[in-house]
Design a protein around this ligand. Sequence first.
Ligand SMILES: [Zn+2]
Length: 387
Amino acid sequence: MPLESSRFRQEGFHDVKDDDARRSPPRPQARSPRKSAAPARQAPVSARAAFPFSAIVGQAEMKLAILIAAVDPTVGGVLVFGDRGTGKSTAVRSLAALLPRIPVVEGCPYNCDPASPQGLCPRCGAQATGKSPKAKLVPVPVVDLPLGATEDRVVGALDLEKALTRGEKAFEPGMLARANRGFLYIDEVNLLEDHLVDLLIDVAASGENLVEREGLSVRHPARFVLVGSGNPEEGELRPQLLDRFGLSVEVSTPKDLADRIAVVRRRDEFERDPAAFAVAWKREEDRIRKRIVSARERLPKTNVPDATLEQAARLCMRLGTDGLRAELTLIRAARALAALDGDADVSTEHLRRVAPASLRHRLRRDPLDEVGSTSRIERALQEQLGP
Ligand SMILES: [Zn+2]
């Protein structure tokens, strides 16, 4: 892993990499990994080499799920289960890299949006003077949450240095601050402690991180798309946690010969000359970027007809999913898909396409038996919505 991450760093692969959490004990003076970045990491955006999203071979369901979450983060995160080396983390980084850069308040550790005075962090809120703060454009952040991360590193904690040297009670923001308005990626989420997973899902759902400890009380914006990946053979997520993720997809090594050849060829071309590869895929990347941007604009106006709501409810009743979270996710995912497709109304077809990802992890009995769950959903779809 250290080898791999240093290579990524040379390529400027990561937008934000939590190096601090890998060291122990935590070093309060390392406030921002960006400031201590190696020169190569400060390369201009055009030189940053993320594998183009559109060049990812196959994995259609995973790509669609991440696109949907990028259009409507309230679907509640994406779980990606499957073999190693199937491009799970590449897909997240690639999508973040293709999204338009976001304006943030300069110097704000929470990536506050200068255009939205509501939902500012305490720091920007206190400095608000009525005129717009100084802004800069930054890439959409992708924060990696390593398995060994302590709760303090994740949510933020008392700044020990300030406390010890100056006697000040100051808050040192954690990974949730840096992930605001971006993606939080957890590799092997099934091996993370349950209470941390619970906490992350809570914050992702509310869009706010509230820290109360050691006499501190800090509330700051933390809106991010949570993406968890894992290999079910290495450990399972409790059903209660599974159910709290919006979408769940399974990826596997391509079985098709032509796909395997394409994967290797593209990866090789990319690694030999990332810049030329980026140029070759630019048109496709631009097309997807436009699709996401217009879907976000269209989303609030996208209509869910009563008939579609009824179909979603019937489908969930037929499958016996608990509570209403399944229906809510199904409808939200279908609406985001309709917006991506440029359609004004959510149709049966949209429901059909997002139903497996929205429901397969919510079925009782063998929630991780993806194949079984998927065929149960396919059967219910046929019965309820027709062939
Ligand atoms: Zn701020």
